[in-house]
Design a binder for this molecule. Structure first.
Ligand code: GSH
Length: 327
């Protein structure tokens, strides 16, 4: 790794140098999963550089780094690209183990609750909040074409994916809010006890989105303990924003860096060097193609040679991702 390599942030909003070992979060302000990642950085008190990515396709600078994975956020460390907040959590935990996102006594529950929050809870909160009154509040002040383009993009992205609508989403969300509130009784400050964990950050971000949904945010009103907990989670903050980069500077950073070595474990049906694709199994199922350089039951890593970014390693979790040999 060329750890001393630095790429200038020329053209970016604030001038600072970024090195191949720095954390670079690619995100946008209104993204709930990005809010989860920002809070992870906050809990750990880490410094990071920020790249704002587009909310909708096309995303050419994102594709140069990820190979076509379009979801938000992703984390860049030099020429290593980590997709999905599940994996980003593990990377940040490795970088700074305390305070832990997975406190030992509740690690299993925290991971499972986090997974539920990122799937069922999120895909209930989102359609609930994006009903017309909520969408109007969130896109207030923007030209109508912006909302139309957003809705069309998300419709294409989630094609074929079952989602509750209207009253069904409201009913399910009401139930979930009650269940979550019941976890905060008896003087508990955090969902799983007396310390925050990944579960708090994962459950928080769909509700953070609901809280922005104008009149629809009223669904949170009866849940006083939950609202107090939301304020506690928000108080964790976002860590230290060390600077801003534009997409070109992030690509230049990857180009000037060397990806970290990875390992393909034996007995998993694949060999190092196999041509493979990886795609999310649920939505935004764009496949990333590359050469297999890392594989375990936790993660899969593809090497790609990109015209602009050079050789990059793109890492994904194994859960909810489909790994296939390329045709
Ligand atoms: N499982 C992914 C989900 C990420 C996700 O769905 N993010 C939303 C934004 S909150 C997204 O990618 N929307 C489409 C986009 O940004 O292009 C994770 O944990 O990172």
């Amino acid at each position: 790794m060329s750890a001393s390599t630095s790429a200038s942030t020329s053209g970016a909003a604030s001038a600072s140098a970024v090195t191949a070992d720095d954390l670079v979060l690619h995100h946008y302000a209104g993204s709930p999963f990005a809010e989860k990642a920002r809070l992870m950085l906050g809990l750990k008190g880490l410094a990071w550089h920020s790249v704002t990515v587009p909310m909708i396709l096309p995303k050419p600078d994102v594709a140069a780094l990820t190979g076509g994975y379009r979801r938000t956020p992703f984390l860049q460390i030099g020429a290593d690209i980590y997709c999905d907040t599940t994996l980003i959590a593990e990377v940040l935990e490795g970088r700074r183990p305390t305070p832990s996102l997975f406190p030992a006594a509740v690690a299993g529950q925290a991971r499972l609750l986090s997974q539920w929050a990122g799937t069922d809870l999120f895909w209930t909160a989102l359609p609930y909040a994006m009903q017309p009154a909520g969408a109007a509040a969130m896109f207030a002040g923007a030209p109508p074409e912006v909302l139309q383009a957003f809705v069309a993009d998300r419709k294409a992205m989630t094609e074929g994916m079952p989602q509750p609508r209207g009253g069904d989403a409201g009913a399910a969300l009401s139930q979930y809010l009650e269940w979550l509130s019941s976890m905060l009784t008896g003087g508990r400050d955090w969902l799983l006890g007396h310390a925050p964990s990944i579960a708090d950050l994962s459950v928080y971000h769909p509700l953070w989105f609901v809280a922005k949904a104008g009149p629809l945010a009223e669904i949170l009103a009866p849940h006083e303990a939950l609202r107090a907990w939301m304020a506690r989670v928000a108080g964790i903050g976002h860590g230290e924003r060390a600077g801003k980069l534009d997409g070109a500077a992030a690509i230049a950073l990857a180009q000037a860096s060397t990806p970290k070595p990875a390992l393909v474990e034996e007995g998993l049906g694949f060999a190092r060097g196999d041509r493979v694709t990886v795609a999310p199994s649920d939505y935004a199922r764009d496949a990333v193609a590359g050469e297999l350089v890392g594989l375990s039951n936790d993660t899969v890593t593809l090497a790609r040679d990109d015209e602009r970014a050079g050789r990059v390693h793109v890492h994904f979790p194994r859960i909810r991702y489909v790994l296939r040999k390329a045709a």
